[in-house]
Unconditional design. Structure first.
Length: 645
Protein backbone atom coordinates (compact mmCIF):
# COMPACT_ATOMS: atom_id res chain seq x y z
CA UNK A 1 0.00 0.00 0.00
CA UNK A 2 2.96 2.33 0.51
CA UNK A 3 4.31 3.72 -2.75
CA UNK A 4 6.10 6.71 -4.13
CA UNK A 5 2.93 8.80 -4.08
CA UNK A 6 3.18 9.40 -0.34
CA UNK A 7 6.56 7.96 0.71
CA UNK A 8 7.82 11.44 1.58
CA UNK A 9 4.96 11.86 4.03
CA UNK A 10 6.05 8.82 6.03
CA UNK A 11 9.81 9.32 5.85
CA UNK A 12 10.83 12.90 5.07
CA UNK A 13 14.42 13.22 3.95
CA UNK A 14 14.54 9.79 2.31
CA UNK A 15 14.28 9.23 -1.41
CA UNK A 16 11.37 7.44 -3.01
CA UNK A 17 13.55 4.47 -3.87
CA UNK A 18 14.57 4.04 -0.23
CA UNK A 19 11.02 3.77 1.10
CA UNK A 20 8.91 2.47 -1.77
CA UNK A 21 7.76 -1.14 -1.35
CA UNK A 22 7.81 -3.35 -4.42
CA UNK A 23 5.11 -6.04 -4.71
CA UNK A 24 6.51 -9.56 -4.72
CA UNK A 25 3.39 -11.63 -4.01
CA UNK A 26 1.33 -12.72 -6.95
CA UNK A 27 -2.30 -11.66 -6.62
CA UNK A 28 -4.70 -14.62 -6.65
CA UNK A 29 -7.91 -12.67 -5.94
CA UNK A 30 -9.67 -9.85 -7.75
CA UNK A 31 -11.38 -8.11 -4.82
CA UNK A 32 -10.11 -4.57 -4.03
CA UNK A 33 -7.29 -4.35 -1.50
CA UNK A 34 -8.37 -0.91 -0.26
CA UNK A 35 -11.71 0.36 1.05
CA UNK A 36 -13.16 3.53 2.54
CA UNK A 37 -16.20 3.14 4.76
CA UNK A 38 -18.17 6.23 5.69
CA UNK A 39 -19.78 5.69 9.08
CA UNK A 40 -23.01 7.61 9.52
CA UNK A 41 -24.43 8.41 12.93
CA UNK A 42 -25.12 11.27 15.33
CA UNK A 43 -22.63 10.06 17.91
CA UNK A 44 -19.76 7.63 18.41
CA UNK A 45 -22.09 4.82 19.55
CA UNK A 46 -24.17 5.01 16.37
CA UNK A 47 -21.04 5.10 14.22
CA UNK A 48 -19.71 2.02 16.02
CA UNK A 49 -23.04 0.30 15.27
CA UNK A 50 -22.66 1.31 11.61
CA UNK A 51 -19.18 -0.25 11.62
CA UNK A 52 -20.61 -3.50 13.00
CA UNK A 53 -23.19 -3.52 10.22
CA UNK A 54 -20.44 -2.93 7.66
CA UNK A 55 -18.41 -5.87 8.95
CA UNK A 56 -21.44 -8.15 8.73
CA UNK A 57 -22.16 -7.07 5.15
CA UNK A 58 -18.49 -7.36 4.21
CA UNK A 59 -18.18 -10.95 5.48
CA UNK A 60 -21.55 -11.92 3.97
CA UNK A 61 -20.41 -10.61 0.57
CA UNK A 62 -17.94 -13.50 0.25
CA UNK A 63 -14.83 -11.31 0.07
CA UNK A 64 -11.86 -13.39 -1.04
CA UNK A 65 -8.49 -13.44 0.72
CA UNK A 66 -5.34 -15.53 0.45
CA UNK A 67 -5.12 -18.01 3.30
CA UNK A 68 -1.90 -17.32 5.26
CA UNK A 69 -1.13 -21.02 5.72
CA UNK A 70 -2.07 -22.51 2.34
CA UNK A 71 -1.50 -19.41 0.17
CA UNK A 72 -4.73 -20.33 -1.62
CA UNK A 73 -7.82 -18.13 -2.06
CA UNK A 74 -10.72 -18.61 0.33
CA UNK A 75 -13.71 -16.68 1.66
CA UNK A 76 -12.95 -14.35 4.57
CA UNK A 77 -14.52 -14.94 7.98
CA UNK A 78 -14.73 -12.91 11.16
CA UNK A 79 -11.44 -14.25 12.49
CA UNK A 80 -9.62 -12.59 9.59
CA UNK A 81 -10.70 -9.09 10.63
CA UNK A 82 -9.00 -6.71 13.06
CA UNK A 83 -10.34 -3.30 14.13
CA UNK A 84 -7.75 -0.82 15.42
CA UNK A 85 -8.84 2.07 17.66
CA UNK A 86 -6.96 4.94 19.25
CA UNK A 87 -8.04 4.48 22.88
CA UNK A 88 -9.13 1.67 25.19
CA UNK A 89 -12.52 3.33 25.72
CA UNK A 90 -13.06 3.25 21.99
CA UNK A 91 -12.11 -0.45 21.94
CA UNK A 92 -14.82 -1.18 24.51
CA UNK A 93 -17.39 0.81 22.54
CA UNK A 94 -16.66 -1.07 19.31
CA UNK A 95 -16.74 -4.42 21.14
CA UNK A 96 -20.15 -3.54 22.60
CA UNK A 97 -21.47 -2.63 19.15
CA UNK A 98 -20.21 -5.92 17.71
CA UNK A 99 -21.87 -7.84 20.53
CA UNK A 100 -25.17 -6.03 19.95
CA UNK A 101 -24.94 -6.96 16.26
CA UNK A 102 -24.22 -10.65 17.13
CA UNK A 103 -20.74 -10.39 15.60
CA UNK A 104 -18.14 -12.51 17.44
CA UNK A 105 -15.45 -10.30 18.96
CA UNK A 106 -12.31 -10.58 21.06
CA UNK A 107 -10.38 -7.86 22.85
CA UNK A 108 -7.15 -7.66 24.78
CA UNK A 109 -8.53 -5.44 27.51
CA UNK A 110 -8.65 -5.47 31.28
CA UNK A 111 -11.85 -6.09 33.23
CA UNK A 112 -11.89 -9.87 33.68
CA UNK A 113 -12.53 -9.67 37.44
CA UNK A 114 -15.53 -7.38 36.96
CA UNK A 115 -17.41 -9.79 34.69
CA UNK A 116 -20.42 -11.53 36.31
CA UNK A 117 -18.86 -14.99 35.98
CA UNK A 118 -15.63 -13.86 37.66
CA UNK A 119 -17.53 -12.07 40.45
CA UNK A 120 -19.48 -15.27 41.15
CA UNK A 121 -16.34 -17.44 41.13
CA UNK A 122 -14.47 -15.08 43.46
CA UNK A 123 -17.47 -14.87 45.80
CA UNK A 124 -17.41 -18.70 46.05
CA UNK A 125 -13.65 -18.61 46.67
CA UNK A 126 -14.00 -15.98 49.40
CA UNK A 127 -16.80 -17.96 51.03
CA UNK A 128 -14.62 -21.07 50.97
CA UNK A 129 -11.79 -19.15 52.60
CA UNK A 130 -13.88 -17.33 55.22
CA UNK A 131 -17.20 -18.71 56.52
CA UNK A 132 -17.97 -15.27 58.01
CA UNK A 133 -17.93 -13.50 54.63
CA UNK A 134 -21.66 -12.89 54.34
CA UNK A 135 -21.13 -10.33 51.57
CA UNK A 136 -19.87 -13.22 49.45
CA UNK A 137 -23.03 -15.14 50.37
CA UNK A 138 -25.20 -12.27 49.13
CA UNK A 139 -23.23 -12.09 45.86
CA UNK A 140 -23.63 -15.83 45.33
CA UNK A 141 -27.40 -15.67 45.83
CA UNK A 142 -27.70 -12.62 43.57
CA UNK A 143 -25.70 -14.07 40.68
CA UNK A 144 -26.07 -17.85 40.85
CA UNK A 145 -29.84 -17.87 40.39
CA UNK A 146 -30.37 -14.16 39.61
CA UNK A 147 -32.26 -13.80 42.89
CA UNK A 148 -33.58 -10.29 43.42
CA UNK A 149 -32.05 -8.31 46.33
CA UNK A 150 -35.48 -7.66 47.80
CA UNK A 151 -36.00 -11.40 48.20
CA UNK A 152 -32.70 -12.47 49.77
CA UNK A 153 -32.39 -9.31 51.89
CA UNK A 154 -35.83 -9.84 53.43
CA UNK A 155 -34.98 -13.49 54.01
CA UNK A 156 -31.74 -12.57 55.78
CA UNK A 157 -33.44 -10.01 58.04
CA UNK A 158 -36.07 -12.57 59.02
CA UNK A 159 -33.31 -15.13 59.69
CA UNK A 160 -31.50 -12.73 61.99
CA UNK A 161 -34.75 -11.87 63.79
CA UNK A 162 -35.06 -15.56 64.65
CA UNK A 163 -31.60 -15.32 66.31
CA UNK A 164 -29.94 -17.21 63.48
CA UNK A 165 -26.16 -17.47 63.31
CA UNK A 166 -24.97 -14.50 61.23
CA UNK A 167 -22.40 -16.60 59.33
CA UNK A 168 -24.68 -19.62 58.70
CA UNK A 169 -27.45 -17.87 56.77
CA UNK A 170 -28.64 -20.14 53.91
CA UNK A 171 -25.65 -22.39 54.70
CA UNK A 172 -27.28 -25.80 55.11
CA UNK A 173 -30.68 -26.97 56.34
CA UNK A 174 -33.92 -27.09 54.41
CA UNK A 175 -33.63 -23.41 53.45
CA UNK A 176 -29.97 -23.66 52.47
CA UNK A 177 -28.73 -22.63 49.06
CA UNK A 178 -27.08 -25.47 47.11
CA UNK A 179 -23.93 -23.48 46.40
CA UNK A 180 -23.45 -22.29 49.98
CA UNK A 181 -24.09 -25.80 51.27
CA UNK A 182 -21.61 -27.28 48.80
CA UNK A 183 -18.94 -24.72 49.71
CA UNK A 184 -19.42 -25.55 53.39
CA UNK A 185 -18.80 -29.21 52.57
CA UNK A 186 -15.63 -28.35 50.64
CA UNK A 187 -14.20 -26.08 53.33
CA UNK A 188 -12.52 -28.96 55.16
CA UNK A 189 -10.30 -29.48 52.10
CA UNK A 190 -9.20 -25.85 51.82
CA UNK A 191 -6.19 -26.04 54.22
CA UNK A 192 -4.74 -28.88 52.15
CA UNK A 193 -5.08 -27.19 48.74
CA UNK A 194 -2.85 -24.81 46.84
CA UNK A 195 -4.51 -21.55 45.71
CA UNK A 196 -4.78 -22.83 42.14
CA UNK A 197 -6.31 -26.12 43.32
CA UNK A 198 -8.80 -24.21 45.47
CA UNK A 199 -9.79 -22.05 42.48
CA UNK A 200 -10.22 -25.16 40.35
CA UNK A 201 -12.17 -26.94 43.09
CA UNK A 202 -14.65 -24.07 43.37
CA UNK A 203 -15.20 -23.81 39.61
CA UNK A 204 -15.71 -27.55 39.09
CA UNK A 205 -17.46 -28.67 42.29
CA UNK A 206 -19.86 -25.72 42.29
CA UNK A 207 -20.64 -26.28 38.59
CA UNK A 208 -20.04 -22.62 37.81
CA UNK A 209 -19.77 -23.37 34.09
CA UNK A 210 -23.29 -24.80 34.07
CA UNK A 211 -24.65 -21.87 36.02
CA UNK A 212 -23.17 -19.14 33.82
CA UNK A 213 -24.44 -20.92 30.71
CA UNK A 214 -28.00 -20.59 32.01
CA UNK A 215 -27.73 -16.82 32.25
CA UNK A 216 -28.23 -16.27 28.52
CA UNK A 217 -29.05 -18.55 25.62
CA UNK A 218 -26.38 -17.19 23.30
CA UNK A 219 -23.58 -19.40 22.06
CA UNK A 220 -21.12 -16.54 21.52
CA UNK A 221 -21.66 -15.04 24.98
CA UNK A 222 -21.50 -18.51 26.52
CA UNK A 223 -18.10 -19.19 24.97
CA UNK A 224 -16.79 -15.87 26.24
CA UNK A 225 -17.96 -16.64 29.79
CA UNK A 226 -16.43 -20.11 29.78
CA UNK A 227 -13.17 -18.63 28.51
CA UNK A 228 -13.23 -16.07 31.33
CA UNK A 229 -13.59 -18.85 33.91
CA UNK A 230 -10.60 -20.55 32.37
CA UNK A 231 -8.69 -17.27 32.49
CA UNK A 232 -9.33 -17.15 36.25
CA UNK A 233 -7.58 -20.50 36.60
CA UNK A 234 -4.67 -19.17 34.58
CA UNK A 235 -4.43 -16.12 36.84
CA UNK A 236 -4.39 -18.37 39.92
CA UNK A 237 -1.54 -20.34 38.36
CA UNK A 238 0.34 -17.08 37.67
CA UNK A 239 -0.05 -16.09 41.32
CA UNK A 240 1.56 -19.35 42.45
CA UNK A 241 4.42 -18.92 39.98
CA UNK A 242 4.96 -15.37 41.20
CA UNK A 243 5.14 -16.57 44.80
CA UNK A 244 7.67 -19.24 43.86
CA UNK A 245 9.83 -16.70 42.04
CA UNK A 246 9.76 -14.38 45.07
CA UNK A 247 10.20 -17.25 47.53
CA UNK A 248 6.99 -16.27 49.28
CA UNK A 249 4.23 -18.56 50.57
CA UNK A 250 1.21 -18.92 48.28
CA UNK A 251 -2.04 -18.86 50.29
CA UNK A 252 -5.70 -18.68 49.49
CA UNK A 253 -6.03 -15.34 51.30
CA UNK A 254 -3.03 -14.09 49.38
CA UNK A 255 -4.62 -15.12 46.09
CA UNK A 256 -7.78 -13.17 46.90
CA UNK A 257 -5.78 -10.05 47.77
CA UNK A 258 -3.66 -10.50 44.65
CA UNK A 259 -6.77 -10.66 42.49
CA UNK A 260 -7.78 -7.26 43.90
CA UNK A 261 -4.36 -5.80 43.14
CA UNK A 262 -4.50 -7.11 39.57
CA UNK A 263 -7.91 -5.54 39.00
CA UNK A 264 -6.77 -2.23 40.47
CA UNK A 265 -3.72 -2.22 38.19
CA UNK A 266 -5.89 -3.23 35.19
CA UNK A 267 -3.87 -6.38 34.64
CA UNK A 268 -6.89 -8.71 34.66
CA UNK A 269 -7.03 -9.24 30.90
CA UNK A 270 -10.28 -10.53 29.45
CA UNK A 271 -10.05 -13.96 27.85
CA UNK A 272 -10.07 -14.42 24.10
CA UNK A 273 -12.47 -17.30 23.40
CA UNK A 274 -11.34 -19.99 20.93
CA UNK A 275 -13.67 -18.79 18.18
CA UNK A 276 -13.28 -17.03 14.86
CA UNK A 277 -13.84 -13.51 16.13
CA UNK A 278 -13.11 -9.95 15.09
CA UNK A 279 -10.07 -8.70 17.00
CA UNK A 280 -10.52 -5.23 18.52
CA UNK A 281 -7.48 -3.45 19.95
CA UNK A 282 -5.57 -0.18 19.93
CA UNK A 283 -3.23 0.97 17.19
CA UNK A 284 -0.32 0.69 19.64
CA UNK A 285 -1.34 -2.83 20.63
CA UNK A 286 -1.22 -4.01 17.00
CA UNK A 287 2.54 -3.59 16.66
CA UNK A 288 4.15 -6.78 15.39
CA UNK A 289 0.83 -8.44 14.47
CA UNK A 290 -0.84 -9.09 11.14
CA UNK A 291 -4.32 -9.91 9.80
CA UNK A 292 -5.79 -10.41 6.33
CA UNK A 293 -8.26 -7.53 6.83
CA UNK A 294 -7.56 -4.48 9.00
CA UNK A 295 -10.02 -1.66 9.69
CA UNK A 296 -8.48 1.59 10.95
CA UNK A 297 -10.65 3.90 13.07
CA UNK A 298 -10.12 7.33 14.64
CA UNK A 299 -8.05 8.59 11.69
CA UNK A 300 -9.90 11.90 11.99
CA UNK A 301 -8.62 12.50 15.55
CA UNK A 302 -6.38 15.46 16.40
CA UNK A 303 -2.70 15.01 17.13
CA UNK A 304 -1.81 15.66 20.76
CA UNK A 305 1.71 16.83 21.48
CA UNK A 306 3.48 16.55 24.85
CA UNK A 307 4.15 20.25 25.30
CA UNK A 308 2.26 20.35 28.62
CA UNK A 309 3.51 17.05 30.02
CA UNK A 310 6.70 15.35 31.15
CA UNK A 311 9.32 14.55 28.54
CA UNK A 312 13.01 13.66 28.58
CA UNK A 313 15.37 15.84 26.53
CA UNK A 314 18.99 15.56 25.38
CA UNK A 315 21.14 18.52 24.38
CA UNK A 316 23.83 16.33 22.82
CA UNK A 317 24.00 13.11 20.87
CA UNK A 318 23.56 9.87 22.76
CA UNK A 319 26.67 8.44 24.38
CA UNK A 320 26.37 4.73 25.14
CA UNK A 321 29.07 4.96 27.82
CA UNK A 322 27.35 7.89 29.56
CA UNK A 323 23.67 7.62 28.62
CA UNK A 324 22.51 10.34 31.05
CA UNK A 325 25.04 12.99 30.05
CA UNK A 326 23.29 16.27 29.18
CA UNK A 327 19.94 14.50 29.53
CA UNK A 328 17.23 16.25 31.53
CA UNK A 329 13.48 16.18 32.18
CA UNK A 330 11.27 19.00 30.95
CA UNK A 331 7.85 19.55 32.53
CA UNK A 332 5.49 22.42 31.88
CA UNK A 333 2.37 21.92 34.04
CA UNK A 334 -0.90 23.17 32.59
CA UNK A 335 -1.88 26.04 34.94
CA UNK A 336 -5.35 26.78 33.57
CA UNK A 337 -7.39 23.90 34.95
CA UNK A 338 -10.27 22.86 32.68
CA UNK A 339 -9.78 25.76 30.25
CA UNK A 340 -8.78 24.66 26.76
CA UNK A 341 -8.58 27.93 24.81
CA UNK A 342 -6.01 30.23 26.43
CA UNK A 343 -4.04 32.95 24.63
CA UNK A 344 -0.87 32.06 26.48
CA UNK A 345 -1.16 28.45 25.32
CA UNK A 346 -1.27 29.60 21.70
CA UNK A 347 1.83 31.71 22.28
CA UNK A 348 3.64 28.73 23.79
CA UNK A 349 2.56 26.50 20.90
CA UNK A 350 4.13 28.97 18.47
CA UNK A 351 7.39 29.18 20.42
CA UNK A 352 10.45 27.24 19.19
CA UNK A 353 9.87 24.60 21.86
CA UNK A 354 6.18 24.33 20.97
CA UNK A 355 6.93 24.01 17.25
CA UNK A 356 9.52 21.33 17.96
CA UNK A 357 7.13 19.35 20.18
CA UNK A 358 4.39 19.57 17.57
CA UNK A 359 6.79 18.34 14.88
CA UNK A 360 7.80 15.43 17.09
CA UNK A 361 4.13 14.59 17.70
CA UNK A 362 3.43 14.62 13.96
CA UNK A 363 6.40 12.36 13.28
CA UNK A 364 5.25 9.95 16.00
CA UNK A 365 1.71 10.00 14.56
CA UNK A 366 3.08 9.16 11.12
CA UNK A 367 5.11 6.28 12.49
CA UNK A 368 2.10 4.85 14.32
CA UNK A 369 -0.06 5.27 11.21
CA UNK A 370 2.57 3.47 9.13
CA UNK A 371 2.55 0.58 11.60
CA UNK A 372 -1.26 0.39 11.52
CA UNK A 373 -1.56 0.57 7.76
CA UNK A 374 0.98 -2.21 7.25
CA UNK A 375 -0.83 -4.69 9.51
CA UNK A 376 -3.10 -5.72 6.60
CA UNK A 377 -2.13 -8.56 4.25
CA UNK A 378 -5.09 -8.48 1.86
CA UNK A 379 -7.38 -5.54 2.57
CA UNK A 380 -6.97 -2.19 4.35
CA UNK A 381 -10.15 -0.33 5.35
CA UNK A 382 -10.41 3.28 6.50
CA UNK A 383 -13.44 3.78 8.75
CA UNK A 384 -14.21 7.51 8.69
CA UNK A 385 -17.18 9.44 10.11
CA UNK A 386 -19.46 11.11 7.62
CA UNK A 387 -18.68 14.52 9.19
CA UNK A 388 -14.96 14.21 9.68
CA UNK A 389 -13.57 17.70 9.16
CA UNK A 390 -9.90 17.99 8.31
CA UNK A 391 -8.87 14.50 9.57
CA UNK A 392 -5.72 15.79 11.27
CA UNK A 393 -4.10 12.41 11.85
CA UNK A 394 -4.71 11.07 8.33
CA UNK A 395 -3.91 14.55 7.01
CA UNK A 396 -0.27 14.24 8.11
CA UNK A 397 0.28 12.09 5.00
CA UNK A 398 -0.68 14.96 2.68
CA UNK A 399 -2.62 12.41 0.67
CA UNK A 400 -6.25 13.64 0.45
CA UNK A 401 -6.93 11.16 -2.33
CA UNK A 402 -6.86 8.38 0.29
CA UNK A 403 -10.21 9.54 1.72
CA UNK A 404 -12.60 10.35 -1.15
CA UNK A 405 -15.77 12.15 -0.12
CA UNK A 406 -17.98 10.63 -2.82
CA UNK A 407 -18.58 7.03 -3.85
CA UNK A 408 -15.93 5.68 -6.20
CA UNK A 409 -14.60 2.34 -7.44
CA UNK A 410 -10.98 3.51 -7.64
CA UNK A 411 -8.67 6.21 -6.37
CA UNK A 412 -6.36 8.24 -8.58
CA UNK A 413 -2.75 8.41 -7.44
CA UNK A 414 -0.61 11.51 -8.04
CA UNK A 415 1.40 9.65 -10.69
CA UNK A 416 -1.79 9.11 -12.72
CA UNK A 417 -2.28 5.43 -11.94
CA UNK A 418 -5.41 3.99 -10.35
CA UNK A 419 -6.01 1.33 -7.74
CA UNK A 420 -9.36 -0.37 -7.08
CA UNK A 421 -11.24 0.96 -4.08
CA UNK A 422 -14.39 -0.20 -2.34
CA UNK A 423 -16.45 2.74 -1.10
CA UNK A 424 -19.39 2.19 1.23
CA UNK A 425 -21.68 4.49 3.18
CA UNK A 426 -22.91 2.62 6.26
CA UNK A 427 -25.86 3.13 8.57
CA UNK A 428 -26.57 1.44 11.88
CA UNK A 429 -29.17 -1.28 11.49
CA UNK A 430 -32.40 -0.63 13.38
CA UNK A 431 -32.17 -4.17 14.71
CA UNK A 432 -28.90 -3.27 16.40
CA UNK A 433 -30.54 -0.99 18.91
CA UNK A 434 -30.99 -3.90 21.33
CA UNK A 435 -29.55 -7.42 21.65
CA UNK A 436 -31.77 -10.35 20.76
CA UNK A 437 -31.98 -11.28 24.44
CA UNK A 438 -31.68 -8.78 27.28
CA UNK A 439 -28.97 -9.18 29.90
CA UNK A 440 -31.13 -7.60 32.61
CA UNK A 441 -31.08 -10.84 34.61
CA UNK A 442 -27.30 -10.49 34.99
CA UNK A 443 -27.60 -7.21 36.84
CA UNK A 444 -27.09 -7.46 40.55
CA UNK A 445 -29.35 -4.51 41.28
CA UNK A 446 -31.48 -3.90 38.17
CA UNK A 447 -32.77 -0.39 37.63
CA UNK A 448 -36.57 -0.38 38.06
CA UNK A 449 -38.82 1.24 35.48
CA UNK A 450 -40.17 3.62 38.10
CA UNK A 451 -38.35 4.78 41.20
CA UNK A 452 -39.96 4.94 44.63
CA UNK A 453 -38.77 7.95 46.56
CA UNK A 454 -37.85 6.88 50.07
CA UNK A 455 -37.84 9.20 53.05
CA UNK A 456 -34.53 9.80 54.85
CA UNK A 457 -34.14 7.94 58.15
CA UNK A 458 -33.40 11.18 60.05
CA UNK A 459 -35.80 14.10 59.95
CA UNK A 460 -34.46 17.45 61.20
CA UNK A 461 -37.21 19.45 62.87
CA UNK A 462 -35.79 22.84 61.85
CA UNK A 463 -36.61 22.15 58.17
CA UNK A 464 -40.24 21.20 58.85
CA UNK A 465 -42.92 22.54 56.56
CA UNK A 466 -45.31 25.09 58.11
CA UNK A 467 -48.32 23.67 59.98
CA UNK A 468 -51.75 25.19 60.64
CA UNK A 469 -51.37 27.75 63.43
CA UNK A 470 -52.78 30.98 64.86
CA UNK A 471 -50.93 34.05 66.12
CA UNK A 472 -52.24 34.67 69.65
CA UNK A 473 -49.90 37.39 70.95
CA UNK A 474 -47.21 39.72 69.63
CA UNK A 475 -45.04 41.98 71.79
CA UNK A 476 -41.92 44.13 71.59
CA UNK A 477 -38.83 43.41 73.68
CA UNK A 478 -36.12 46.06 73.99
CA UNK A 479 -34.64 47.74 70.90
CA UNK A 480 -33.53 46.36 67.54
CA UNK A 481 -29.88 45.41 67.13
CA UNK A 482 -28.21 47.40 64.38
CA UNK A 483 -26.63 45.23 61.67
CA UNK A 484 -24.06 46.22 59.07
CA UNK A 485 -24.71 45.53 55.40
CA UNK A 486 -23.45 42.17 54.12
CA UNK A 487 -23.39 40.42 57.49
CA UNK A 488 -23.18 36.61 57.45
CA UNK A 489 -26.69 35.59 58.59
CA UNK A 490 -25.62 32.02 59.43
CA UNK A 491 -22.85 33.31 61.69
CA UNK A 492 -25.29 35.81 63.19
CA UNK A 493 -27.76 33.06 64.06
CA UNK A 494 -25.06 30.91 65.67
CA UNK A 495 -23.72 33.85 67.68
CA UNK A 496 -27.19 34.82 68.96
CA UNK A 497 -27.96 31.21 69.97
CA UNK A 498 -24.62 30.89 71.76
CA UNK A 499 -25.15 34.17 73.60
CA UNK A 500 -28.71 33.29 74.65
CA UNK A 501 -27.59 29.85 75.84
CA UNK A 502 -24.75 31.38 77.86
CA UNK A 503 -27.02 33.94 79.49
CA UNK A 504 -29.84 31.54 80.40
CA UNK A 505 -27.74 28.54 81.50
CA UNK A 506 -26.77 30.15 84.82
CA UNK A 507 -28.99 33.06 85.89
CA UNK A 508 -26.54 33.89 88.69
CA UNK A 509 -23.65 34.48 86.25
CA UNK A 510 -23.64 37.95 84.73
CA UNK A 511 -23.65 38.02 80.93
CA UNK A 512 -21.72 41.20 80.19
CA UNK A 513 -20.15 42.97 77.22
CA UNK A 514 -16.82 41.16 77.61
CA UNK A 515 -18.43 37.71 77.26
CA UNK A 516 -20.60 38.93 74.41
CA UNK A 517 -17.55 40.34 72.60
CA UNK A 518 -15.69 37.02 72.90
CA UNK A 519 -18.62 35.13 71.41
CA UNK A 520 -19.04 37.60 68.54
CA UNK A 521 -15.32 37.49 67.82
CA UNK A 522 -15.44 33.69 67.71
CA UNK A 523 -18.02 33.84 64.92
CA UNK A 524 -16.19 36.58 63.02
CA UNK A 525 -18.72 39.29 63.92
CA UNK A 526 -16.57 41.49 66.16
CA UNK A 527 -16.75 44.49 63.83
CA UNK A 528 -20.33 44.05 62.66
CA UNK A 529 -22.37 44.02 65.91
CA UNK A 530 -22.04 46.16 69.01
CA UNK A 531 -21.80 43.74 71.98
CA UNK A 532 -23.49 46.34 74.18
CA UNK A 533 -26.65 46.13 72.06
CA UNK A 534 -26.61 42.32 72.20
CA UNK A 535 -26.29 42.33 76.01
CA UNK A 536 -29.10 44.88 76.28
CA UNK A 537 -31.43 42.71 74.22
CA UNK A 538 -30.68 39.52 76.13
CA UNK A 539 -31.35 41.31 79.43
CA UNK A 540 -34.67 42.57 78.07
CA UNK A 541 -35.64 38.98 77.16
CA UNK A 542 -34.48 37.72 80.59
CA UNK A 543 -36.63 40.37 82.30
CA UNK A 544 -39.66 39.36 80.22
CA UNK A 545 -39.21 35.64 80.97
CA UNK A 546 -38.77 36.33 84.69
CA UNK A 547 -41.88 38.52 84.83
CA UNK A 548 -44.16 36.26 82.76
CA UNK A 549 -43.09 32.91 84.25
CA UNK A 550 -41.64 33.83 87.66
CA UNK A 551 -41.57 30.31 89.10
CA UNK A 552 -40.30 28.46 86.00
CA UNK A 553 -37.27 26.19 85.75
CA UNK A 554 -35.08 26.98 82.74
CA UNK A 555 -33.52 24.38 80.42
CA UNK A 556 -31.28 25.60 77.57
CA UNK A 557 -30.32 23.83 74.34
CA UNK A 558 -32.23 20.63 75.11
CA UNK A 559 -31.75 17.88 72.47
CA UNK A 560 -34.94 16.06 71.62
CA UNK A 561 -35.70 12.99 69.51
CA UNK A 562 -38.79 11.00 68.69
CA UNK A 563 -40.07 8.48 66.14
CA UNK A 564 -42.68 9.92 63.80
CA UNK A 565 -45.72 7.91 62.67
CA UNK A 566 -44.09 7.33 59.26
CA UNK A 567 -41.05 5.72 60.90
CA UNK A 568 -38.65 8.63 60.56
CA UNK A 569 -36.55 9.70 63.53
CA UNK A 570 -37.17 13.36 64.34
CA UNK A 571 -34.19 15.16 65.81
CA UNK A 572 -33.96 18.71 67.08
CA UNK A 573 -32.77 21.02 69.82
CA UNK A 574 -35.08 23.26 71.88
CA UNK A 575 -33.37 26.62 72.43
CA UNK A 576 -35.12 27.42 75.72
CA UNK A 577 -37.52 25.11 77.52
CA UNK A 578 -39.38 26.43 80.55
CA UNK A 579 -40.79 23.99 83.07
CA UNK A 580 -43.92 25.57 84.61
CA UNK A 581 -46.39 24.09 87.12
CA UNK A 582 -48.95 23.10 84.50
CA UNK A 583 -46.58 21.87 81.76
CA UNK A 584 -44.00 23.23 79.35
CA UNK A 585 -43.29 26.48 77.53
CA UNK A 586 -41.20 26.20 74.34
CA UNK A 587 -39.22 29.21 73.13
CA UNK A 588 -37.27 29.05 69.85
CA UNK A 589 -34.83 31.86 68.99
CA UNK A 590 -34.57 33.25 65.46
CA UNK A 591 -32.02 35.88 64.39
CA UNK A 592 -34.34 37.08 61.61
CA UNK A 593 -34.19 40.93 61.50
CA UNK A 594 -37.65 41.25 59.88
CA UNK A 595 -39.72 44.36 60.69
CA UNK A 596 -42.62 44.05 63.10
CA UNK A 597 -45.24 43.82 60.34
CA UNK A 598 -43.65 40.51 59.20
CA UNK A 599 -43.23 38.88 62.61
CA UNK A 600 -46.40 36.84 62.22
CA UNK A 601 -45.17 35.54 58.87
CA UNK A 602 -41.80 34.54 60.38
CA UNK A 603 -43.50 32.75 63.26
CA UNK A 604 -45.87 30.86 60.96
CA UNK A 605 -42.90 29.76 58.83
CA UNK A 606 -41.48 27.86 61.84
CA UNK A 607 -44.78 26.47 63.13
CA UNK A 608 -43.89 22.97 61.90
CA UNK A 609 -40.72 22.93 64.04
CA UNK A 610 -42.65 23.93 67.17
CA UNK A 611 -45.35 21.37 66.38
CA UNK A 612 -42.80 18.53 66.35
CA UNK A 613 -41.18 19.78 69.56
CA UNK A 614 -44.52 19.96 71.35
CA UNK A 615 -45.60 16.52 70.18
CA UNK A 616 -42.29 14.95 71.24
CA UNK A 617 -42.46 16.58 74.69
CA UNK A 618 -46.00 15.34 75.32
CA UNK A 619 -45.09 11.79 74.24
CA UNK A 620 -41.88 11.74 76.28
CA UNK A 621 -43.14 13.33 79.51
CA UNK A 622 -46.92 13.01 79.46
CA UNK A 623 -47.18 16.74 80.30
CA UNK A 624 -48.81 19.27 78.02
CA UNK A 625 -47.18 22.20 76.24
CA UNK A 626 -49.01 25.32 77.38
CA UNK A 627 -47.32 27.94 75.19
CA UNK A 628 -45.02 28.08 72.14
CA UNK A 629 -43.06 31.21 71.23
CA UNK A 630 -40.79 32.46 68.50
CA UNK A 631 -38.33 34.92 70.08
CA UNK A 632 -36.66 37.49 67.79
CA UNK A 633 -33.67 39.00 69.68
CA UNK A 634 -32.34 40.98 66.71
CA UNK A 635 -35.76 42.32 65.68
CA UNK A 636 -36.65 43.02 69.35
CA UNK A 637 -39.87 41.05 69.52
CA UNK A 638 -41.63 37.80 70.41
CA UNK A 639 -44.62 36.04 68.86
CA UNK A 640 -46.82 33.43 70.51
CA UNK A 641 -48.44 30.93 68.19
CA UNK A 642 -51.14 28.38 68.87
CA UNK A 643 -50.34 25.27 66.86
CA UNK A 644 -52.84 22.87 65.35
CA UNK A 645 -55.58 25.46 64.93
Amino acid sequence: MVNAAFSDAFSPGLSHEEVTLRPVRKEHVQDPAFAVWTLNGKNAEERAAALAEGIKVFIASGYQIVDPSTESPRTAHYGDVAVLCKTNDRVQMVAQALRAASVPWATQQSGLLSTPEAVLALACLRRLNDPRDTVASAEILSLADCEEPEAWLADRLQYLERDGDNARWRDGGKDGHPLLTRIAQLRAQAPLLSPYAAMELVITQCDLAGRVLRWRRDELVARVRLANLEALRTMARSYEETCVARREPATLSGLILWFGEQAQSKLDILAEPPIEAVKVMTHHGAKGLEWPIVILLDLEKDIQDRLWSVSARSDTSFDVEAPLTDRWIRYWPWPFGAQKKVDLAEVMAESPEGIRMQAEAIDEAKRLLYVSMTRARDCLVFGLPAKRGSCEWLGTLNAPWLAPEAATDSILLPDGSKIPCQFRSLQASSAMAAPTESDIALRWFPVPDSRTERLPAIFVASVSAPQPCRITETLSLGERIKLKTGIDMTALGNAVHASMATAFTDPNAMFDEARAARILDGFGLASTIDPTELVRQIRAIETWVGARWPDCRRHTEIPIESILPNGQIMQGRIDLLLEVPDGWVVLDHKANPAPSDRWGEVAAEHSGQLTHYADALVRATGRSVTETWIVLPVAAGAVQISIGT
